[in-house]
Design a protein around this ligand. Structure first.
Ligand code: EPZ
Length: 445
């Protein structure tokens, strides 16, 4: 990194004496320094595959069984949403088995307050339009990591013969005459790709989604749809080809493991100078992330057939630079935890966030802990420091909450984190898994 950047970075005096402990309102996480995490831990099912797969059940009429479903709050929110449409749902959080019966689905409108709970709620649009020819939904909520418009969804629904009217709080969509089309996406949006695939499964003829998102979670959706009887193929360049069928049937399906949870746990090993094994980690889907850990000097061992990862941390982690992007580029959902890791690496790292325009809020919180981070638009420059210091910080979204927990495990003293709501939305008791590896972390509710 050029001398110019080195000199440009403001010298921030290191924070020696953490602020006295103040009473924290509401639930919070407390983390104290936890070095040398060690052991083996299992993974939950992938949140972002589970949520879209739950909406895809609207395309069938009958009882489906989903296995390896994470008991995270967003899953409970989606169950509520499906029940609001008339589905029966039974979730055994011990076995992570979710049964959903969509026989008596009657509704096609979702209340704004339910939509506001998470972004994935917008993924009911495609299935509702395919099943009922109608959908009335509030605007989706979710992490405030950017403007997050849904114009790619709407524009392409319109190309497929759907009329969409935007009212102040409501989107009213009606099928005029469904028709298969070649749809070119301006950006490989995960959500838009998933919504359009689901509508196209029951649309006569062949629909092509060009410049489609190729995230592993999209392919987990494609796998269950094919098991339901859908006809879906892929072709170059980045094109998903769907040939409509008359009917789809309920299934019994096991959801993929969560590569983002795996990434968080492996980063915890690297952050604390530990040695952790995750037998279920889908290494074959985590290439860019694992490569960056290796570039830092950490030892990464991958299991047979690309399943299972062991990380043995180096004592002298080197600075690296990352650029997030659509799969298989570096996943934006691991950017925050990677930033935490780079705060104490030797040298200057640069992170370029290309997917969301406002996804560096965790950086501001880490500077309260003594990190040296300079954010200019979509670029964060991190100068590695010797130590971090515990203090009170605020999580602004799911992945930020995880990053602050990781920083807290490295920091001297106690770190308290509010905004626990996000942590619980994204992870199934991740604090317990970290504790099983030796972390000192407590969730106060
Ligand atoms: C999915 O969000 C994930 N959420 C996100 O994970 C993930 O960060 C993201 O994909 C990228 O990998 C779920 O699967 C539920 P996009 P999604 O549509 O579908 C812009 C987490 O932490 N865009 O690929 O919302 C958009 O604003 C979450 O688990 C439009 O402009 O992502 C963004 O800048 C956070 N118009 C970019 O494209 C549109 O119509 C990528 O968004 C749609 C998207």
């Amino acid at each position: 990194m050029s001398q110019a950047v080195e000199n440009a970075l403001p010298i921030i005096p290191s924070i020696k004496d953490p602020s006295p402990k103040k009473k924290i309102d509401g639930p919070y996480l407390s983390v104290t320094q936890s070095l040398g995490l060690e052991g083996e831990v299992g993974l939950a099912g992938a949140k972002n595959a589970t949520l879209v797969i739950m909406t895809s059940l609207i395309l069938t009429a009958g009882r489906s069984v989903l296995r390896n479903v994470p008991a995270s709050d967003d899953v409970f929110h989606m169950i509520q949403l499906l029940q609001g449409l008339g589905a029966q749902a039974v979730f055994n959080t011990e076995t992570n088995v979710l049964e959903v019966d969509t026989t008596d689905l009657s509704g096609y409108s979702v209340a704004p307050e339910l939509m506001k709970m998470m972004r994935a709620s917008v993924l009911v649009m495609g299935p509702l339009l395919a099943r009922f020819g109608k959908a009335e939904i509030g605007f989706p909520g979710g992490d405030v990591i950017g403007a997050r418009p849904i114009d790619y969804h709407i524009k392409n629904f319109q190309k497929m013969g759907v009329d969409v009217h935007e009212q102040p709080d409501l989107l009213v969509a009606r099928v005029r005459r469904l028709q298969c089309r070649n749809l070119l996406l301006e950006y490989p949006s995960v959500g838009a790709t998933e919504n359009l695939i689901m509508l196209a499964t029951l649309t006569g003829g062949t629909t092509k989604i060009i410049n489609a998102a190729l995230e592993p979670e999209v392919f987990d959706l494609i796998a269950i749809l094919k098991q339901m009887g859908a006809r879906i193929d892929t072709e170059m360049p980045a094109t998903i080809v769907i040939t409509g069928v008359e009917k789809l049937h309920p299934v019994d399906y096991t959801i993929m493991y969560d590569r983002m949870e795996a990434g968080a746990l492996l980063t915890a090993a690297a952050m604390t100078g530990g040695y952790v094994h995750i037998p279920q980690a889908p290494a074959h889907l985590m290439g860019m992330f694992l490569m960056k850990l290796q570039e830092m000097g950490h030892t990464v061992l991958i299991g047979k057939d690309g399943v299972g990862v062991k990380v043995k941390a180096t004592k002298n982690p080197r600075a690296v630079s990352i650029k997030t992007g659509p799969y298989p580029a570096f996943p934006t959902d691991l950017q925050a935890s990677m930033m935490a890791l780079l705060t104490t690496a030797q040298g200057v790292s640069v992170i370029k966030e290309t997917v969301f325009e406002n996804r560096f809020m965790h950086g501001r919180e880490m500077t309260k802990m003594g990190a040296q981070i300079d954010v200019q638009h979509d670029v964060a420059t991190i100068r590695g420091v010797e130590e971090l210091y515990g203090t009170h910080v605020i999580a602004s979204d799911i992945r930020a909450s995880c990053a602050l927990v990781l920083a807290g495990m490295k920091a001297i003293g106690e770190t308290t984190i509010s905004g626990v709501y996000h942590w619980k939305r994204g992870y199934e008791h991740l604090e317990e898994k970290l504790r099983s590896l030796g972390a000192s972390i407590t969730l106060y509710e």
